[in-house]
Design a protein around this ligand. Structure first.
Ligand SMILES: *Cc1c(COP(=O)(O)O)cnc(C)c1O
Length: 381
């Protein structure tokens, strides 16, 4: 900036020399996509999430498409999900021809309310798809108790929550399928990237097929036989592969996950200690949860939110709003959705502001954000 004060965005990546070196190493190797680096990243992801299988894909949106696709979600099915999310969660439900059903969130965690989910279940419900808002795992145990006896699947959108724990269990091992994003603002990055984890062998195979054109080479699975070149496209899939270059970056980033999470948690604690008040409300961490905090989403009164946001921008702080609720968008209104049907999410979306939160934020930066927030709030009083 002309005044020499650097801009603090709401999120950004951390890249070290060893991250760069790992990408260069693969760039000089035989396989630029598929091959050993992809498998190694998937194994590292299994270790980081406690899951049996991890399938690396092109981005978090592709991960959701693969998850719904592998479960065979289709026209006539319903997927219960959160309105307070990035639109990809429900857009991919539309992509497979099914209908998203939005239910309201809990006021303290802003994750879907199991009681609202129970009330929304119908004979058409195929999937419950909670979103781990800001990094905190949704109430998976309660949701599983609703889903399992009815044969409904759980797909957890964990784009915010790699490295989070719920009563000692890692996110990635809680739901039937868990989807991750490695976009640069997320906790670890591969530039663009994503993954799905599962403990189910058959689902893992379907995810791998879906990622690769629905193409099957395994002789044991072929319907017909042919020469050594022979393969079959057995169902509809896409090219959602993640390159080996990106997997190398992902492996290097995963070695720093614990450090990233610890730094994120420390920054949120600093903000909370300095700023939490009736004027600026923080999201509660449920007992037993350790959130990796992808976002530091705070709430100000809806009447002041716009001025609060602009006040921070004047101090070279670039906050963001997570999220405008999905039913508010023209696409969804056009499909008959009404944001007023999920009033707690709707009210939250008019109050939320995400403060800068990323491991590269220095103590001085954190102090700068705290001082700016205090000054803007005082101006608005
Ligand atoms: C980022 C994000 C996605 C999509 O991930 P991409 O990698 O950007 O495709 C999906 N859901 C949520 C909640 C996200 O935050």
């Amino acid at each position: 900036m002309a005044d020499g004060i650097h801009v603090l965005p709401y999120g950004k990546q951390w890249i070290d020399d060893d991250d760069v070196q790992s990408v260069v190493r693969v760039l000089r190797s035989v396989f630029l996509t598929t091959g050993p680096e992809v498998e190694a990243f998937e194994q590292d992801l299994c270790r980081a999430t406690g899951a049996r299988h991890a399938v690396a894909v092109a981005n978090g949106t592709a991960a959701l498409h693969c998850a719904y696709g592998a479960l065979g979600v289709q026209a006539g099915d319903e997927v219960i999900t959160s309105p307070l999310t990035f639109s990809a969660t429900s857009n991919m439900v539309l992509a497979v021809g099914a209908r998203p059903v939005f239910v309201d969130v809990l006021p303290d965690t802003l994750c879907i309310d199991p009681r609202a989910v129970a009330a929304a279940i119908t004979s058409k419900t195929k999937v419950i798809a909670p979103v781990d808002f800001a990094g905190q795992p949704a109430a998976i145990d309660e949701l599983r108790a609703l889903a399992k006896p009815r044969g409904i699947h759980l797909v957890e959108d964990a784009a915010h929550s790699i490295g989070s724990h719920d009563r000692g269990r890692l996110v990635g091992s809680l739901a039937d399928l868990t989807t991750f994003s490695f976009h640069p603002v997320k906790t670890i990055t591969t530039g663009e990237g994503g993954a799905i984890t599962t403990d189910d062998d058959a689902l893992a195979t379907r995810l791998r097929d879906f990622r690769n054109h629905g193409l099957v080479r395994d002789p044991a699975r072929l319907e017909h036989s042919g020469g050594p070149w022979y393969y079959e496209v057995q169902w509809l899939g896409f090219n959602y592969r993640l390159s080996a270059l990106q997997c190398a970056l992902g492996r290097s980033q995963l070695t720093k996950l614990d450090r990233f999470v610890a730094r994120r948690r420390a920054i949120v604690t600093q903000y909370r200690d300095a700023l939490a008040s009736a004027e600026l409300r923080f999201i509660d961490e449920r007992p037993g949860v350790e959130s990796a905090w992808h976002l530091c989403a705070v709430r100000v009164s809806a009447a002041k939110r716009h001025a609060f946001f602009e006040g921070l921008v004047r101090s070279r702080i670039m906050p963001q709003v997570h999220y405008i609720t999905v039913p508010e968008f023209p696409l969804y209104r056009g499909l008959g959705y009404d944001p007023a049907e999920t009033p707690i999410a709707h009210e939250a979306s008019r109050e939320l502001v995400s403060l800068p939160l990323y491991p590269a934020l220095s103590d001085t930066d954190v102090e700068r954000v705290i001082a700016a927030v205090r000054a803007v709030l005082a101006e608005l009083r």
